[in-house]
Design a binder for this molecule. Structure first.
Ligand SMILES: [Fe+2]
Length: 176
């Protein structure tokens, strides 16, 4: 059994607030992509799905006169840093293992390199998965942040993903 399920994370008011800001549909889709990628590459789908679900919760709304200001966003954005910190705090509060919470926070921190200095970082498998999951759901013009999903359907999908993660971890537990 896991200390914290995806549903625990998803239904928390802090997660709800920030997931709505950056797009619930995008977060759910990324969590599913991360699940597939994690199972394929032998990474724990529990941490991969949590990191992907929460990867964008650090977003801030950059507006000028009521209009989204892309330039302002590009210059000032630190959503990966803020997201990593927010996710870590939320997970620890929910009772997540500190080691897992750290891994998840680091994967969120490194899911985009738009704010990092030039040059390739040596990312681990989990970090690569979360970045890839995000890219797989990306739409031109940032439209993936605005795609809508019925809240009940989103919760249903998260519940389903919890079951898939539990299932996928059964053989992993036996070997540990
Ligand atoms: Fe994203």
């Amino acid at each position: 059994m896991r200390n914290v399920t995806l549903m625990d994370v998803f239904t928390h008011p802090i997660a709800q607030k920030y997931l709505r800001r950056s797009g619930v549909a995008h977060a759910v889709a990324c969590a599913y992509h991360a699940y597939r990628l994690a199972v394929k590459s032998g990474v724990d789908p529990d941490v991969a799905t949590k990191a992907a679900l929460l990867h964008d919760i650090g977003h801030y709304e950059w507006y000028t006169d009521g209009e989204w200001d892309y330039e302002k966003y590009k210059q000032n954005d630190i959503h990966a840093i803020k997201g990593a910190e927010r996710a870590h705090k939320l997970l620890i509060r929910l009772g997540e293992e500190p080691k897992a919470a750290k891994e998840i926070a680091l994967a969120i921190l490194l899911h985009t390199d738009s704010y990092l200095p030039e040059g390739d970082l040596d990312k681990n498998k989990l970090q690569q998965i979360v970045k890839k999951a995000d890219e797989l759901d990306e739409e031109p013009g940032g439209n993936h942040h605005y795609r809508k999903i019925d809240p009940e359907l989103a919760a249903e999908k998260i519940k389903q993903l919890d079951r898939m993660v539990e299932q996928a971890r059964l053989p992993m537990k036996k070997t540990v």
